[in-house]
Design a protein. Sequence first.
Length: 79
Amino acid sequence: MTSRDFCFWLQGYFELRESSHQGPIGEVQAQRIRDHLNLVFKHEIDPSMGPPAHQAELNEAHAGVPKHMRPGSDPTIRC
């Protein structure tokens, strides 16, 4: 299954779940969805955000004091 296929599957899953009036998903289901989404971000979305040096800078923004808050640095915020 490609990442795109997974996203369409996930959308359909929630649409069908809603239309059949089922309750919330369980913890095991939620964790499996999170795990697969993490793979999508790790292998497809994150690499498309630039070369390794840029990735390191983006990751650093999440590691503590954001770079844009340090004296003498340019603003970099990762969404």
